[in-house]
Design a protein around this ligand. Structure first.
Ligand code: GLN
Length: 191
């Protein structure tokens, strides 16, 4: 399996390392041509406005939308924002997932935090919580259409969603030693 990680800005290296640890070929994608022959693509965390501007500049917008029509895609944090249809702000978005997202939604006092999440879809997800790292994270305000909520914080705030072969997470599974979210994405690509 060959998985791309969009390498315009953000923490793409950590995703690549996690994928390699799981035994798959990981490709840092810097030009649209590199999307060919990939089975799926991860859009990392970082700064969504920067990722968006660079994606426009490098001619990525339509190629990425076309890629997502038939392939799996997963956005973490800024990547989640970039995949959403509605973020209530004017910035370049792929706009493919039927989700409403609020940027920087956890307030200044808790810009970054960790939380143990119950994610039933993951291997041992009911019994072994997933350590989720939130860094100036977005909230999933609404999942519409066939987008499903995969996980929420104890106060009910949704933080992970799946719509067919697309995933979006508010947090950063690439920054923990727990590969189960990456594993879940890889299994999704095989279906
Ligand atoms: N706050 C960033 C944004 O709005 C996302 C932060 C992250 O990816 N860790 O794009």
């Amino acid at each position: 399996m060959r998985i791309g990680v969009l390498a315009l800005q953000g923490d793409f290296i950590e995703h690549r390392q996690m994928l390699e640890a799981l035994g798959v070929t990981a490709v840092e994608v810097r030009l649209p041509d590199q999307l060919a022959h990939l089975d799926g693509l991860i859009i990392p965390g970082g700064e969504s406005t920067t990722i968006g501007k660079l994606a426009v500049m490098y001619g990525f917008m339509e190629p990425l939308r076309q890629f997502a029509r038939t392939k799996g895609m997963w956005g973490t944090c800024a990547g989640m924002i970039f995949m959403a249809k509605d973020v209530g702000a004017d910035q370049p978005l792929l706009g493919i997932m039927d989700i409403v997202v609020e940027r920087n939604a956890f307030g200044r006092q808790v810009d970054s935090f960790e939380a143990d999440l119950v994610v039933p879809a993951l291997r041992d997800g009911e019994t072994r919580p997933f350590p989720a790292v939130f860094i100036r994270a977005p909230k999933l305000v609404e999942a519409k259409g066939d987008a499903r909520i995969m996980a929420a914080l104890p106060d009910g705030t949704a933080v992970a969603t799946q719509q067919g072969k697309w995933l979006a997470t508010s947090f950063h599974p690439e920054l923990t030693g727990d590969g189960r979210f990456h594993e879940y994405f890889l299994n999704l690509l095989k279906t």
